[in-house]
Design a protein around this ligand. Structure first.
Ligand code: URA
Length: 480
């Protein structure tokens, strides 16, 4: 007998999970189940939803946590077959707990591709939503129109909530709309494109910003179209400039070459391709690639390269420093110079394996003034920290750590989104939303600068104590 399962919505993971569990406990094979989301009934005479008897409560089964993570993301894919695919995987996992490790299994390949597509769509939404202003002063509201490929609006909305916390905004899409009023995130049914405003003064701001950051010498039309596919262009104010900027690019680059000779720039370090990439790793590497071309402030001009964060794609603890120094700028890796050595030593003493944490900086380009042969480090200012904050936020959303350790004032400013005195907050676990905590401590280079040996030893011990607090997070998870 065929069972018809009707979920409350396209993104009803909880509904899918409890139905799948009940079906599996009743030994109902995947081929005997038809899944769909409410509102997608094929016709008026579609069969009614199955009512499953209560499961045998004493029976249970476990699936790997990795499957739940995959399923939560894959269920956001547009493919109507996803519910059935996920149930088939669940069914098969009961027989083979290691099924997800078989990278060539067709169901595993398909679910992995789905997860990758959803993550990519989420990333595109983060990058290509453009708000337009409607109303004025106290009634100002920002509205954007976006057409996602998959059901990712609820997934992507918290990013905009954090990023534009002090604006009232709405993101309208054909499937669901997200709204933020400064306090609460809410969702309403999808709408038509005509609901979204088309022109406003922000358009000009976007256009002139884009024209400023457009670098004709680095123009790669194909890569540009992959990163910013044409289908997004009609909602992007800057898209109207692309044709003429591309057409003028070769003349502009000849002019650039004639205008000034600059020191050769080091090529961007690319990640080695891995045998089997996880989807979150994919999105971390696509973030890294995008950040490599960042022009959000002027610091890229003198730096060798963007120094992006480094570490596993999912960790419990993320360490944030200030900005790359001279050595990091050349190596393209964070914390490899003297401050990095100090950090490595302290991490070891605190019982933290650096390979198990993600290490990044609030500002991703080296800021310095040349003094003869050396490049003197300069502290980044607030506009530079703000311009770079998008990368920290996107790393945070991708890595999804439970604890962020802010080392020094610049890191604390980025983590809390405002100037945060270290002494008042140091060493305490502070809630920063999304179930995450932050811990503020000093920057390792502060220890290197202390002239007095006793003070240095004292401060080093305090730094280790702070890192030990972070270590409890790692070890607590291991124990749980
Ligand atoms: N100081 C930092 O804050 N970050 C680095 O990567 C190196 C030195």
């Amino acid at each position: 007998m065929t069972r018809h399962i009707i979920l409350d919505s396209e993104t009803d993971f909880d509904g899918w999970r409890s139905a799948a569990r009940a079906l599996a406990l009743h030994d109902i094979a995947p081929r005997d189940v038809v899944w769909r989301a409410s509102g997608n009934e094929p016709d008026l005479f579609a069969p009614a939803a199955a009512v499953l008897p209560d499961g045998p409560h004493d029976l249970t089964f476990n699936v790997p946590a990795q499957f739940i993570e995959l399923a939560q993301t894959a269920i956001l894919h547009r493919d109507p077959e996803r519910f059935a695919l996920l149930y088939r995987l669940l069914w098969r996992l009961r027989m083979n707990h290691d099924l997800l490790d078989i990278a060539t299994d067709p169901d595993v390949v398909r679910v992995t591709d789905m997860v990758r597509a959803v993550r990519r769509d989420e990333h595109k939404m983060h990058a290509f939503v453009r708000f337009r202003e409607i109303g004025r002063e106290r009634d100002t509201h920002f509205v954007a129109w976006f057409e996602p490929e998959h059901h990712i609006v609820e997934l992507a909305a918290p990013f905009f909530m954090r990023r534009f916390a002090d604006m009232n905004w709405s993101i309208l899409t054909p499937y669901i709309c997200a709204h933020w009023d400064g306090h609460r995130l809410s969702f309403t049914p999808g709408t038509g494109r005509d609901e979204a405003p088309t022109e406003d003064r922000l358009e000009d701001v976007w256009r002139s910003y884009y024209a400023r950051i457009f670098n004709p010498a680095r123009l790669k039309v194909k890569a540009m179209q992959t990163e910013m596919p044409k289908k997004y262009w009609r909602n992007l104010p800057e898209a109207s400039l692309i044709k003429s900027l591309v057409a003028n690019a070769s003349r502009a680059s000849r002019e650039m070459i004639a205008a000034e000779a600059t020191a050769p720039r080091k090529p961007q370090q690319r990640e080695q391709p891995m045998a089997r990439k996880s989807s979150s790793h994919d999105s971390l590497s696509s973030l890294r690639e995008e950040a490599a071309g960042c022009r959000a402030c002027h610091l890229w001009k003198d730096a060798t390269q963007t120094v992006f964060g480094e570490g596993p794609a999912h960790v419990q603890v993320m360490l944030v420093g200030e900005q790359p120094g001279d050595k990091e700028d050349l190596a393209g890796k964070p914390f490899v110079g003297p401050a990095g050595q100090m950090l490595d030593r302290a991490l070891k003493e605190a019982g933290i394996d650096r390979k198990k944490v993600y290490v990044t900086n609030a500002v991703k380009h080296f800021k310095f003034v040349p003094r003869g042969k050396i490049r003197l480090h300069q502290k980044p200012n607030t506009p530079e920290i703000r311009a770079c904050r998008q990368w920290y936020e996107r790393e945070l959303a991708t890595i999804n750590p439970e604890l962020v350790v802010a080392m020094g004032a610049t890191a604390a400013q980025s983590v809390f989104g405002k100037i945060t005195p270290i002494n008042k907050t140091r060493g305490r676990l502070i809630d920063i939303g999304d179930g995450r905590k932050a811990l503020v401590t000093v920057h390792p280079s502060y220890l290197l600068r202390l002239p007095d040996e006793d003070a240095r030893a004292r401060e080093y011990e305090r730094f280790i104590d702070d890192l030990k607090t972070a270590a409890t997070q790692l070890h607590r998870d291991k124990a749980a």
